[in-house]
Design a protein around this ligand. Structure first.
Ligand code: NAP
Ligand code: MG
Length: 404
């Protein structure tokens, strides 16, 4: 069989633990036999981040700026235990945080829906993709407990002051910020992603209560939509819709899905966990970072699955779900194909996704999905990590030979 050719390399960002093992197997079983895989490789395993003093993370982000598309394996974000475990010279920052700050992007999380695994909300027929503004607000707020009470002021660069509260007794105070520049790039990433996905987009905040802070978000979204995106949206027959966060929550639950929901930082943090659970499982959630300039980085939303990795090291059999990592690869290959006008690559990405979903809906899945699967007519077979990938390969071969 002739392999599919690639013109431009994908930026490949390797990672840690169980997902690193899955990564290598996905390449060997599902990609290299079919594609003349060209990648610009960066090894972000914790040992190599230590060895390069984390330079490799920055190089990987710069490479995404150069080539436009990257795919990333889950990586360890070190804490005090990891510093000991890996004898680190310092507690290196989260690679995702570093890459995000270099690309200035927004993270979109999308559930992978499959026949047999029903969302907890029975009305949801299509995925709901959540876009979280990952900058500012309470995440970089300052706060203080004031045991003695008293007057607290905010002081501004022009010398003016604003009384926050005259506390009559003990209490807590918090101040937070956001920047127009960050809100603008958030809005642009969201509208670009909606065009890319050909999906409606909602944005929600609480501008009735927060008449300056949240209202600023609403105004910037509106301004950027009208000036830069309205025409393109109407050509694709998709819409932008602003509503209050409480109204959005109610509408989301009653909806059929099939839209992008843009959220402020805190709302996005909370709602993405709610959606992941309601759609089934974190192991069936993909994540894509989109920069305002249109650079893309695809990954699974879950971590390195440490518990399974320790079992693997002990020689025990594992049944770790590789679906979100497969979809990270297919998402990146599809995007590469679109940018290079490489139809074969795009088509392969879709066939790989279909083969993966067909594997599960025909009853073959990893352990974590067994209890979620509810198709009575189908006999369920629980597979180990690697056998699941070979089963997907079997279905992929069938899909590819149907083509001829
Ligand atoms: P995790 O790796 O997502 O795993 C938490 C638990 O969720 C697992 O123990 C497993 O439950 C279940 N799970 C997650 N993904 C699964 C999969 N693909 N297949 C089957 N089960 C899955 O989160 P964590 O244990 O909190 O974090 C581990 C490491 O990952 C940490 O070092 C953290 O820093 C890192 N992390 C990285 C990223 C990233 O790179 N994007 C994101 C999050 C966390 P059972 O044990 O019950 O089977
Ligand atoms: Mg959260």
């Amino acid at each position: 069989m002739l392999k599919i050719q690639m013109e431009t390399p994908l930026v490949e960002i390797d990672g840690d633990e169980m997902t690193r093992i899955i990564w290598d197997n996905i390449k060997n079983i599902l990609l290299i036999p079919y594609i003349d895989l060209k990648t610009d490789y960066y090894d972000l395993c914790l040992n190599n981040r230590e060895k390069t003093q984390d330079l490799v993370t920055k190089q990987a982000a710069e490479a995404i700026k150069k080539y436009g598309v990257g795919v990333k394996c889950a990586t360890i974000t070190p804490n005090a235990d990891r510093v000991k475990e890996y004898s680190l010279s310092q507690m290196w920052k989260s690679p995702n945080g570093t890459i995000r700050s270099i690309l200035d992007g927004t993270v979109f999380r999308a559930p992978i829906m499959v026949d047999g695994i029903k969302p907890i909300i029975p009305y949801w027929e299509q995925p709901i993709i959540i876009a979280r503004h990952a900058y500012g607000d309470v995440y970089s707020g300052v706060e203080k407990y004031i045991p003695e009470g008293g007057k607290v002021f905010l002081k501004f660069p022009d010398g003016s002051e604003l009384l926050v509260k005259d506390l009559s007794s003990s209490g807590v105070i918090q101040a937070m910020h956001n920047s127009d520049a960050s809100i603008r790039s958030f809005a642009r990433s969201c509208f670009n992603f909606a065009l890319d996905k050909k999906m409606d987009i909602w944005f929600s905040a609480k501008d009735t209560i927060s008449k300056i802070y949240d209202h600023r978000f609403k105004d910037i979204f509106e301004e950027i939509f009208v000036n830069e995106f309205k025409e393109a949206f109407s050509k694709l027959n998709i819409s932008y819709f602003y509503t209050l966060i409480d109204d959005a929550v109610a509408r989301v639950i009653r909806s059929k899905g099939g839209f992008i929901w843009a959220c402020k930082n805190y709302d996005g943090d909370v709602m993405s966990d709610m959606l992941a659970t309601a759609f089934g499982s974190l192991a069936m959630m993909t994540s894509v970072l989109v920069s305002p300039e249109g650079y893309y980085e695809f990954e699974a939303a879950h971590g390195t699955v440490t518990r399974h990795y320790y079992n693997h090291l002990k020689g025990l059999e594992t049944s770790t779900n590789s679906v979100a990592t497969i979809f990270a690869w297919s998402g990146a290959l599809r995007k590469r194909g679109q940018l290079d006008k490489n139809y074969y690559l795009e088509d392969f990405a879709s066939k790989l996704e279909k083969a993966t979903l067909n594997t599960i809906s025909s009853g073959f899945m990893t352990k974590d999905l067994v209890s979620l699967f509810s198709e009575n007519a189908v006999k369920v077979v629980s597979l180990n990590t690697i056998d699941f990938l070979y089963k997907v390969q079997e279905n992929l071969d069938k899909a590819l030979s149907n083509l001829k």
